[in-house]
Ligand binder design. Structure first.
Ligand code: ADP
Ligand code: CDP
Length: 215
C-alpha cells in the first residue's frame, strides 16, 4: 500500500501550505480534512440548524453529500453539488466550526469519509486527529507548531482587514475548543515528530518534512 503522511497541528501552524508542498514534491494526493468540517458547518448554517444544540447537529449531519478533491494544486470541495471552496473560508464558518467538529456523530461520519478517500494511501492528510484517530498507522506523522504570535501574524497576512491581535484572540479560542473537546481532541500522536516552525520559512519546513519521509 502507498505512503500516508499525517500532518496535525493548531490553526496557522502551516499544515495546508506544507502538506500541499510535500504532496507536490512527492507526486502524492492531498486531503484537507478541515475543509470537510468547514463544509459540514457551512451546510448547518445554511439550513439554520441551532449550533448550540449538539443533538440537532448530530441528528442532521448525515444529510449533506460532501465531496472533497485531492489535487494539491487545486483543492476542490462540494456540498450537494455546490462549490463551497470560497464560502467555507468565511469568518462565519470559521467562528462556528469548532462547535460542529465537537459533535461525535459528525466526527464518526467525516472520519469514515476521510478513510474512504485515503484508501490504500499515496496521500498527505492534514487535520487535527490524523495521526491519532484517522490514520494511526501512517508511515510519517508530523506535528506542526509555531508560537501563537507567529501563527496569528501568518493568518492576518492572508486575510485583509484583520489585526494580528484580533486574529490571535480568535485562534486562541478555537485552539482551546479543539484541544479540550471530549471526542478526539487535538494532541500529538504516538510516534509523531514535532516541528516548531516559528523561525523557519515555508520552504525550510517542506524540505524538513521531505527529509523525514526519505528516512
Ligand atoms: P494551517 O493549515 O495550519 O492553518 P496554513 O498553511 O493555512 O496553516 O497557513 C500558513 C500561512 O503561513 C501560509 O500563508 C504560509 O505561506 C505562511 N507561512 C509563513 N511561514 C511559514 C512556515 N514556516 N511554515 C508554514 N507556513 C508559513
Ligand atoms: O484553517 P485552519 O487551519 O485554522 O483550520 P482547518 O484545518 O480548516 O480546520 C477547521 C476546524 O475543523 C478546526 O478548528 C477543528 O475544529 C476542525 N477539525 C477537526 O476537528 N479535525 C480535523 N481533522 C480537521 C479539522
Amino acid at each position: 500500500t502507498g505512503l500516508v503522511v499525517a500532518m496535525d497541528g493548531p490553526s496557522g501552524s502551516g499544515k495546508s501550505s506544507v502538506s500541499r508542498g510535500v504532496a507536490r514534491g512527492l507526486g502524492l494526493r492531498y486531503l484537507d480534512t478541515g475543509a470537510m468540517y468547514r463544509a459540514m458547518t457551512w451546510w448547518m448554517l445554511r439550513q439554520g440548524v441551532d449550533l448550540d444544540d449538539p443533538g440537532a447537529i448530530g441528528a442532521r449531519c448525515g444529510e449533506p453529500l460532501i465531496v472533497c478533491g485531492t489535487d494539491p494544486d487545486g483543492p476542490a470541495i462540494h456540498v450537494d453539488g455546490i462549490d463551497v471552496a470560497g464560502p467555507i473560508r468565511q469568518a462565519e464558518v470559521t467562528g462556528a466550526v469548532s462547535a460542529v467538529a465537537a459533535v461525535p456523530e459528525v466526527r464518526a461520519r467525516l472520519v469514515a469519509l476521510q478513510r474512504e478517500v485515503i484508501g490504500s494511501g499515496g496521500i498527505v492528510v492534514e487535520g487535527r486527529d490524523i495521526g491519532t484517530v484517522v490514520c494511526p498507522g501512517a508511515e510519517v506523522k508530523i506535528y506542526l507548531t509555531a508560537s501563537a504570535e507567529a501563527r496569528a501574524q501568518r493568518r492576518s497576512a492572508e486575510l485583509a482587514g484583520s489585526t494580528v491581535q484580533a486574529q490571535q484572540e480568535a485562534m486562541a479560542r478555537r485552539d482551546t475548543l479543539d484541544t479540550t473537546r471530549k471526542t478526539d481532541p487535538l494532541s500529538m500522536a504516538d510516534g509523531a515528530v514535532e516541528l516548531d516552525t516559528t523561525a523557519m520559512s515555508l520552504d525550510e519546513v517542506i524540505a524538513e518534512v521531505l527529509r523525514l519521509v526519505a528516512e
